[in-house]
Ligand binder design. Structure first.
Ligand code: GDP
Ligand code: ZN
Length: 391
């Protein structure tokens, strides 16, 4: 199922990249020749990035973007910056390697492949490790091992630093699965929120999984069918959907099975049952449950620091303050439809190559919405997000 999802996203990306590239290349060539005529240098960073704000989210926000390239660059810089690493060599000399399980100001805890935990200094390096990062270290005589390099990240979830929104703070690295938890009632199921989470997760390079919780609250005949109908577009996309009830136990085993041996995070609106589900999966971990914990500043998750815990069955869970709510990320209007793979399947047939699928004549995406091939709800979310991207 998730393979399908990945494939459709990849296909969508490839098509979009081709489109954008030819358009951007054309613009860049024009711009370059204009600047050459004017005797100025080449301007490379042309894409304007705009913030998207969740309308129905409270104070906390996050942004996500894949940073594989930047990571490599940062790792190289870190190697250069470290006094212990004068040569900017690609092959860093290391004799200890492990996964970061918690981060303090100038030091991290890591677990090595043998399951042993170590406290590691970061020294003067600018590694900026996050929970889940693979870190390479060098052991030292009479001192803690020193972290010298981060391995390239497979994926990550990040958000702007609360004190400086231009600075990106990586909340978790190398996340395999981001579980979007929604509830069927109390609070009501909000597909638009799922759409936004999907964009953020996909930008971070993680696999999404949708967990539809509080299934026990659907008692009236037809209620379950109503939610199932709203889930159809996600199933069509190949997204894995698991119905759960922390109350009755429904789906808990299926969820545990799906997360086995994966590194995962749980995201979702406050009150949907994330802590309760985590407790069901990890009975030893006992988390506080109840409404609004992330917001009121009194809950355990706002006070504890980031941690990676290993559950029975080899599931690794990253539980980090702030990671449960994704409300803000960087996305350009032009790249938005890229994150709606079912649109991209049709957009080749739009009259204009750079069709924004709003008012343009002969828009194949709108035709597909009218024809019922593309979900009207997903299209509505697209329009709302696009609207919020405009200054
Ligand atoms: P979080 O804010 O997402 O971590 O949500 P919590 O885990 O704190 O749960 C919020 C409330 O929903 C608590 O009162 C839970 O007891 C309740 N709850 C969680 N899961 C379920 C469920 O599957 N069914 C029902 N009926 N209530 C649930
Ligand atoms: Zn179009």
């Amino acid at each position: 199922m998730d393979e399908n999802y990945k494939r459709s996203i990849k296909k969508a990306h490839e098509r979009q990249i081709k489109k954008v590239r030819s358009r951007e290349e054309h613009k860049l060539l024009e711009e370059n020749s204009r600047q050459r005529r004017q005797g100025r240098g080449k301007k490379t960073n042309r894409s304007k990035r705009v913030r998207v704000e969740e309308d129905d989210f409270e104070a906390i926000f996050e942004k996500m973007r894949p940073q594989k390239q930047l990571d490599l660059e940062a790792a190289k810089q870190a190697a250069r910056a470290s006094p212990e690493e004068p040569t900017a060599s690609e092959d860093v000399d290391f004799d200890l390697r492990g996964t970061v399980i918690s981060v303090a100001r100038d030091r991290v805890h890591l677990r090595d492949e043998g399951g042993h935990e170590h406290e590691v200094d970061l020294g003067s390096t600018t590694l900026g490790p996050a929970v889940g990062d693979e870190i390479l270290c060098r052991r030292r005589e009479g001192a803690r091992p020193l972290g010298v390099r981060l391995a390239a990240r497979r994926s990550m979830l990040s958000r702007p630093d609360p004190h400086n929104h231009r600075v990106e703070r990586v909340l978790a690295a190398n996340v395999d699965v981001a579980v979007i938890v929604a509830s069927v009632q109390r609070p009501a199921f909000k597909p638009a929120l799922v759409d936004r989470f999907l964009i953020a997760i996909e930008k971070g390079g993680c696999r999404p999984l949708l967990c539809v919780n509080k299934a026990d609250l659907l008692e009236e005949p037809g209620e379950r069918e109503g939610v199932a109908e709203a889930l159809r577009p996600y199933l069509d996309l190949g997204l894995e959907v698991i119905w759960t009830s922390a109350e009755s136990g429904e789906g808990i085993e299926a969820l545990a099975r799906s997360l086995r041996e994966q590194t995962c995070v749980f995201v979702g609106h406050s009150g949907v049952g994330k802590s309760t589900l985590l407790n069901a999966l990890d009975p030893d971990g006992q988390r506080d449950t109840g409404h609004g914990r992330e917001f009121d500043g009194k809950g355990r998750h706002t006070t504890t620091s980031s941690e990676l815990v290993e559950l029975e069955g080899g599931t690794r869970l990253i539980d980090t303050p702030g990671i449960r709510i994704l409300g803000l990320w960087e996305v350009t209007p032009g790249e938005l439809s890229n994150h709606f793979p079912e649109f991209v399947e049709h957009s080749d047939a739009c009259r204009f190559r750079d069709c924004g699928h709003t008012h343009e004549p002969d828009c194949a995406v709108r035709a597909a919405v009218d024809g019922g091939e593309v979900s009207a709800a997903r299209y509505a979310t697209y329009l709302r997000i696009l609207d919020s991207l405009k200054e």
